[in-house]
Ligand binder design. Sequence first.
Ligand code: PGA
Length: 256
Amino acid sequence: MEVIIAPDYETMSSLAADIVEELVRSQPAAVLGLATGSTPIGLYQELARRHREAGLSFEEVTSFNLDEYVGLTPDHDQSYHYFMNENLFQHIDLPLENAHVPSGMSDDHEAFCGSYEQAIAQAGGIDLQVLGIGGDGHIAFNEPGSSLKSRTRLKTLTNETVEDNSRFFESIDDVPRYAITMGVGTILETRHCLMLANGEKKADVVAQAIEGPVSAMITASALQLHPQATVILDEAAASKLELSEYYKWVFEQKPA
Ligand code: PGA
């Protein structure tokens, strides 16, 4: 696992955009795995800026999002379909028919989840998967106790996640309790994982995920099993890491 500690959120987002840009420029038909939440907003803004100002094109890119709430229509302003349109898709040239976000409105969730896995496989697998980390250590909506081999499925959200996400809803009772999410096993099959975290609130869980034991209790710790995982943190999110000086030294020595 490569751990990069950036001085601030803007630098974290810009370093992440460098990784996405390098892939898309060298492989225009790349398959991106995308995430929602407040963490990747800076990355998406930077990608939109590079599209606008530096000719970065997503015309041949295919994307797959990690998750979606069950019961929210794509036009609901808290759905992840809506989030992706607002924060990324409407600002770049990725064809919408290539942009996959799980449906939370299917009448057969199990069949839908199977077809989502199939679509990822048919696209040739995900080249680069962007990830955030939840307060309870989740990646996508793989809550504590999720099998480290899990696949795309319906998952019940923990109280902690419902509380964390209630800031986006009028009342906590409006937060959906269920989501469709890629599994930990699905994520581990992607060719490169790029996890981002910022802010002091994430410091403890980031330290557990990176330096603690691999455990289904912190599903982000499964990235320790991934052959190519990059984690980019701001100073605050990195503040509880034991080896932070080592990670910084490694990054400084890295050839350009
Ligand atoms: P956040 O959410 O980016 O809003 O902190 C992360 C997550 O729950 O995966």
